[in-house]
Design a protein around this ligand. Structure first.
Ligand code: SAH
Ligand code: SF4
Length: 367
């Protein structure tokens, strides 16, 4: 029975945010022996009104609320800290039920707000430039934990779903290693009866797990970003161990086959590391690769942190690199670093979990 997936081995209660709407209907019929409209009411309380307890679901009769309390849970993620950057970016630190910590980042930009969500506790991929990559993977986040980052961030900004216009799954973890929960969580984000985000405004970023990219293509219309970060196998394998398993040509071929007319263009992310992958030859090779894919290129100057010796190129060099791509007709933009002062920029998440912990960057991918 599908709803059993929502019951964790150590728990007797079903987390209702682990269910799709259809599964919730089944739960209401089979476990509560209630009419289907109750499922709609509960779903709306969860995702329209952001209820954090059954008590808040005041349109449900008292006996039903007590029954729900006995068999189900909607316990919110606990926000343990909110850090605000001088550029307006906010980092929310959450404590999960088992005590693990993850982070989400709210990034305001010209009247719009992007929310960056985590999908795993730590990350197994071990990319050499990434702070999160120094935290070994503890576990995947559940569907409920992914959705709840959004729910709690929305409550934090005032509760109106129009205020968060874009969601990127670019926080802690490799989302496609947690494909099932990511797809199901994004289905809730895109459901009109929940948050109603369009597939173009929900983007998942991967380090390049080829079989999972193909599976995503089958299962979800969400937009795809890929961290390419190098233009030769030699360099990419050195800074991203995943490349030893799925070399560049295999990855590029999967990306050539990925698009369809309803989907947003693929975003190719390219972290610029001075003296490593930022040569003007790299820019020319990147233009050739990008020319094969329906994509935009997003250059990301390296965000320095205490667990890496890489450096970002100078702004002038970034511009020279970008100009080569633009002159080759590739739509290329440079990501402004946001939230560096709160350890909240790209590749910097997990500081709360790391403090006091050992540094254990993986060297082999375990997709
Ligand atoms: N695991 C996924 C998504 C999270 S990482 C992925 O790798 O795609 C989000 C982005 O941050 C990736 O494009 C990654 O290459 C980039 N990144 C990691 N560490 C960085 C750093 N120190 N500075 C700038 N970008 C970084
Ligand atoms: Fe993991 Fe992405 Fe960081 Fe690589 S860049 S270690 S895949 S979070």
């Amino acid at each position: 029975m599908p709803i059993m997936r929502a019951m964790r081995p150590d728990e007797t209660k079903i987390d209702l945010r682990d269910l799709t709407f259809d599964e919730l209907k089944e739960f209401v019929r089979e476990h509560l022996e209630e009419k289907p409209y109750r499922a709609k009411q509960i779903y709306e309380w969860l995702y329209r009104h952001g209820a954090n307890s059954f008590e808040e679901m005041t349109s449900l009769k008292k006996e039903l609320r007590l029954h729900l309390q006995a068999v189900a849970s909607v316990d919110p993620l606990e926000i343990t800290e909110i850090l605000k950057s001088e550029d307006g970016t906010e980092k929310l630190q959450f404590r999960l039920q088992d005590g693990a910590a993850v982070e989400a980042v709210l990034i305001p930009n010209e009247g719009r707000m992007t929310l960056c969500l985590s999908t795993q506790v730590g990350c197994a991929m071990g990319c050499a430039f990434c702070f999160t990559g120094t935290l070994k993977l503890s576990r995947n986040l559940t569907q409920a934990e992914i959705v709840d980052q959004y729910r709690q961030a929305l409550r934090h900004v005032g509760g109106d779903r129009a205020w968060i216009s874009n969601v990127v799954l670019m926080g802690m973890g490799e989302p496609l290693q947690n494909l099932d929960n990511v797809v199901r969580a994004c289905d809730i984000l895109m459901d009109d009866n929940a948050y109603g985000l369009s597939a173009r405004r929900v983007t998942v970023s991967t380090s390049g797990l080829v079989p999972q990219i193909r599976e995503l293509q089958e299962r979800s219309p969400i937009s795809l970003a890929v961290s390419l970060n190098a233009t030769t196998d030699e360099v990419r394998s050195r800074i991203m161990p995943v490349n030893r398993r799925y070399p560049m040509e295999e990855l590029i071929r999967a990306l050539e086959e990925f698009p369809n007319p309803r989907r947003a263009r693929i975003l190719i992310e390219y972290v610029l590391l001075a003296g490593v992958n930022d040569g003007l030859d790299d820019a020319r090779r990147l233009a050739v690769i990008a020319g094969r894919i329906q994509c935009k290129v997003n250059l990301i100057p390296f965000n320095p942190h205490e667990r890496s010796d890489f450096r970002p190129p100078t702004p002038e060099h970034v511009l020279a690199f970008q100009n080569i791509l633009l002159n080759a007709g590739i739509n290329t933009f440079c990501r402004q670093s946001r939230g560096q002062d709160i350890h909240g920029a790209c590749g910097m998440l997990g500081k709360g979990a790391a403090d006091g912990g050992e540094e254990t960057r993986g060297t082999e991918p375990s997709p």
